[in-house]
Write a protein that binds this ligand. Structure first.
Ligand SMILES: Cc1cc2nc3c(=O)[nH]c(=O)nc-3n(C[C@H](O)[C@H](O)[C@H](O)COP(=O)(O)OP(=O)(O)OC[C@H]3O[C@@H](n4cnc5c(N)ncnc54)[C@H](O)[C@@H]3O)c2cc1C
Length: 488
């Protein structure tokens, strides 16, 4: 099937971000399609885990598979493993987000397959084997050239990864810091793995990690990143010899890799953020908007957050429910989260170098992370439970991701939001908030519950609390609805 010649929105890239964005746009009523140059989904080893906001985003749409609960996931900071037994799990930020917290081990190909099924159910066409090649923003729409012909679209969103052609052709700058390391991730068979130690091991040549899953190898080498990357060729497949050579250099052994069990990945710590997430009718999301090394597993999560934030906003603009100014809040809300992730990874690069000063710094930071307060701080950051993406307001919940809210009938508030749209929790005795929101009834699902606090919560389609109250007078609800759901 060739792409339609006219659409509301064209998404370039069927990675996890493009797929989720397309689904959110479809739920918001937009006519959307996806162009993907690969003929088959990419099976390369990338993300192995997701954070709490990503797990909650899947949960919000009813996509979190049952039976995926596991132990609480903590991760690492610069190779210093964070001990779950030191974490204060009673901290209110953790306690507010427990429902999806046990579903964090989620390999990226599995997530992409789940999202591909989701977009297929929503009827969104994903055109594989179609490469985006050029764009011309005419002000009232965009002309798009592809390897199978030209098309016209109202809006173009680049979800086409770190080397985004959409970003380049839209003329959006990509400032940041240059690479100083090359990393590999692979799943291998090793003839003589007794030569390797478990966990993260530093040497003058770099760092390697063997485990925790059998055969999983990560290596980092400092110093000649640019040259090594160029030699390997950015897009060239990673070979067994390349993984073995890096493992030998970083471990100082003659260990022998006998087989690759999955498609390995090669990356650098090139760390950059788009100067604008929007230029006219062209927008960016996911790695197209920001790149950084994969330390601590944040990139996919960052992109999922972009897609959730942009989907309903662009959908509302396309449908005429909101003014274009709503799109300004996309950059304003997502840029700080992206900038934080970039710095979180830069700090880890600084700590992981092989020199004596970095080793000394690792000792100090390692001592701090070995305390309950230090580990709790790092795990709160990594898990995303403290993330605030929206505006602040009179109530402390405003701007935060909605916490777990269980209702009298045994359901949770998120169970009512699988189809997208706003959710309004109304705990007033006579449905005051539901009456106030009546003009927005097409876009707001009101959910009645018994008389408790918070008495009311208005949740945006991306899970961000737009308004909350502990009283029954509804003060501020009308303003919040006008601001986020549009003037009625
Ligand atoms: C080794 C490694 C480990 C990682 N671990 C984690 C982790 O644990 N947690 C985490 O959150 N993140 C992790 N990441 C980061 C994560 O993989 C990325 O952030 C994520 O893939 C970004 O998704 P995306 O959809 O924005 O881009 P991509 O996944 O890069 O998808 C972009 C898509 O666009 C397509 N495309 C590109 N150009 C064109 C074009 N011109 N026309 C048509 N299609 C095009 C590509 O073929 C691709 O399918 C890791 C990354 C690596 C490399």
């Amino acid at each position: 099937m060739t792409p339609k010649r006219e659409s509301d929105v064209t998404v370039v890239g069927a990675g996890p971000v493009g797929l989720l964005l397309a689904a959110e746009l479809a739920l918001a009523g937009a006519d959307v399609h996806v162009l993907e140059r690969l003929t088959e989904p990419d099976q390369a080893m990338k993300a192995q885990s997701i954070n709490v906001p990503t797990a909650e985003a899947l949960d919000r749409r009813g996509l979190l598979p049952a039976g995926t609960s596991g132990p609480r996931f903590t991760g690492h900071f610069a190779g210093m493993v964070l001990d779950p037994d030191l974490v204060d799990w009673s901290d209110p930020d953790f306690a507010a987000h427990t429902a999806a917290d046990r579903c964090r081990m989620f390999a990226q190909p599995r997530l992409e397959a789940l999202l591909a099924e989701h977009v297929a159910r929503l009827g969104v066409p994903v055109h594989r084997g179609v490469e985006f090649t050029a764009l011309e923003d005419a002000g009232d729409g965009v002309r798009v050239d592809t390897s199978t012909g030209a098309l016209r679209t109202g809006w173009l969103v680049g979800c086409d990864g770190g080397h985004s052609a959409v970003r380049r052709l839209a003329g959006i700058e990509f400032p940041g810091t240059a690479a100083e390391l090359v990393g590999y991730q692979a799943l291998v068979d090793i003839a003589d793995d007794e030569k390797l130690a478990d966990g993260w091991v530093w040497s003058a040549h770099g760092v390697y990690r063997y485990g925790p899953q059998p055969g999983r190898v990560v290596t980092l080498e400092f110093g000649s990143a640019g040259a090594q990357f160029a030699r390997a060729g950015r897009a060239a497949p990673v070979t067994l010899d390349e993984v073995q050579a890096s493992l030998r250099r970083t471990s100082g052994t003659d260990v022998t890799v006998t087989a690759l069990r999955a498609t390995p990945t090669r990356w650098t710590d090139n760390t950059r953020q788009a100067a604008d997430y929007r230029s006219g009718r062209v927008l960016l999301a996911g790695d197209a908007a920001h790149v950084h090394p994969p330390f601590g597993g944040q990139g996919l999560n960052l992109g999922i957050g972009d897609a959730m934030n942009l989907g309903w906003k662009l959908g509302a603009v396309v449908a005429g429910r909101a003014f274009e100014t709503l799109l300004d809040t996309y950059d304003a809300e997502r840029r700080p989260v992206g900038a934080w992730v970039l710095d979180w990874t830069r700090a880890q690069t600084g700590l992981m170098r092989g020199d004596a000063k970095s080793a000394a710094l690792r000792g100090v930071v390692g001592d701090l992370l070995g305390t309950p307060a230090g580990t709790t701080y790092a795990v709160k950051k990594i898990s995303g439970v403290t993330q605030r993406v929206g505006p602040s307001g009179d109530h402390p919940l405003v701007g935060a991701l909605v916490p777990d809210l269980w209702l009298r009938d045994g359901s949770r508030l998120v169970d009512h939001g699988h189809g997208g749209g706003f959710l309004l929790l109304d705990r007033t005795r006579d449905g005051v908030f539901t009456r106030l929101a009546a003009p927005w009834a097409n876009d707001v699902t009101a959910v009645a519950d018994d008389d408790r606090t918070p008495t009311g919560v208005l949740v945006r389609p991306d899970g961000v609390v737009a308004w909350a109250s502990d009283t029954s007078d509804g003060a501020g609800l009308d303003d919040a609805l006008r601001r986020w759901a549009g003037v009625r």
